[in-house]
Design a protein around this ligand. Structure first.
Ligand code: FE2
Length: 413
């Protein structure tokens, strides 16, 4: 199969991309617009061809449960955790697999092929984790799935929290998680970070911590995580998710913090629709946006990407799998609609996310890499966002995985 008349990000002109089996075999510049030469040539029609979209932060074990048994009436993160604790009682192996698989289908429909899911391991039976380890195998033809052992109710504050984390990694979790701002005391938050970094270092797992997901400017576990990563030389393998308290830190503290963050080399994930919904809930007016400093992290040369976090769960009632919707919202909320930001906005849901997930040479439109790619509905990043475009074609391992027919509009007047 060949993709013809493709535009590539950062390169002028049109290209022909030759796929051989499950690999990209060649990328040739075209002198002019080409007509299909073979029956299996796919015409990109001078639109962008990019590697697949990535979902770097979602909770597939909690998805599609909003209102079961109770709705989150306050809209706060902490009520979300309470409502989820009720739903968790009802979780079964089959129910978790059914909901997660259905949601993965929604992600695939929007061109996502790499997913990092947090899975709640504060459950003596580890029901969700056992289910998700099976799902990871069953959906390999659709997505690459990373599983985070995520202690939703704490490592130190939850009975046998440390043992459950250790068991989850032994059962096959790829990534060690944490939630230090939810631990009962600051000391427990700090010790939880040290514990999870030890566990990751010992087992070779990646790290992705829900870190300072609060408007409390005194929540300062990010500095602990970054310092642990710096000292151990693990920064590239460590991600701080949310870090919304950074939106409430004063500038004096933040300028000092940024020095450490840069030295540490850690990655950041922001979930803009989730945070704008859950945070700012204790304010009247002026009301905080409750997001981390995405533009500032990016400007400082650090790695930051966007994720969905939830689809119809106790924390967020909407969502449909479309990461482009998250990108558009995030660019607005983070004051990133400037000309230069718009030229490279897709970085936030592609290349930056790949770096966060440590995908390395498993990702990218380059000869020898996997034949995983998307044909988009627009010729560049700016137009893709402006037109609220879509992935029209998703190719995985050299085969078409998803094809979307654009809406047809007939103007009659
Ligand atoms: Fe999350």
């Amino acid at each position: 199969m060949n993709i013809i008349n493709a535009r590539l990000r950062g390169k002028a002109g049109l290209f022909r991309i030759e796929l051989n089996g499950d690999r990209i075999a060649a990328i040739q510049p075209q002198a002019d617009v080409a007509a299909p030469g073979h029956a299996d040539d796919l015409d990109a029609q001078q639109n962008l061809v990019i590697p697949p979209f990535i979902e770097p932060h979602i909770h597939l074990d909690a998805t599609l449960t909003a209102g079961e048994p109770n709705w989150n009436m306050s809209g706060t993160l902490f009520e979300g955790i309470e409502r989820w604790a009720e739903r968790k009682e009802l979780n079964t192996h089959a129910d978790t697999k059914t909901r997660a698989t259905k949601t993965i289908g929604m992600l695939v429909d929007h061109g996502i092929q790499h997913v990092r899911t947090h899975v709640d391991v504060t459950d003596p039976k580890l029901t969700a984790l056992k289910a998700m380890v099976e799902v990871r195998e069953e959906v390999r033809h659709l997505i690459d799935l990373q599983i985070v052992a995520f202690p939703q109710e704490g490592i130190e504050s939850y009975a046998n929290g440390r043992a459950l984390m250790t068991e989850a990694v032994a059962m096959g979790a790829d990534v060690v998680g944490g939630i230090p701002h939810f631990e009962n005391t600051r000391d427990q938050g700090v010790s939880s970070v040290k514990f999870l970094m030890d566990l990751a270092e010992r087992t070779g797992c990646l790290v992705d911590v829900h870190c300072d997901e609060t408007d409390d400017p005194q929540s300062r576990f990010l500095e602990v995580l970054a310092e642990e990563a710096r000292v151990r030389g693990m920064g590239a393998r460590v991600t701080a998710s949310h870090t919304t308290a950074m939106g409430s830190y004063d500038n004096a503290y933040c300028s000092k913090l940024f020095r450490l963050l840069k030295m540490s080399g850690i990655n950041f994930v922001s979930c803009p629709t989730e945070s704008i919904h859950l945070q700012g809930r204790f304010d009247t007016y002026p009301k905080r946006r409750g997001l981390t400093r995405v533009a500032e992290i990016d400007r400082a040369g650090m790695n930051v990407c966007f994720g969905q976090d939830s689809i119809v769960d106790p924390w967020y009632p909407l969502g449909n799998g479309n990461i482009l919707r998250i990108l558009e919202a995030g660019l607005h909320i983070c004051h990133m609609l400037g000309y230069e930001d718009l030229q490279r906005s897709l970085d936030l849901i592609t290349d930056n996310s790949a770096r966060t997930l440590n995908l390395g040479e498993r990702y990218g439109i380059e000869v020898g890499r996997p034949a995983n790619l998307l044909v988009l509905s627009a010729p560049d990043d700016y137009e893709m966002v402006r037109s609220q475009g879509h992935a029209l074609l998703s190719v995985r391992n050299g085969k078409v995985l998803m094809r979307r027919t654009p809406a047809h509009i007939e103007r009659l007047g």
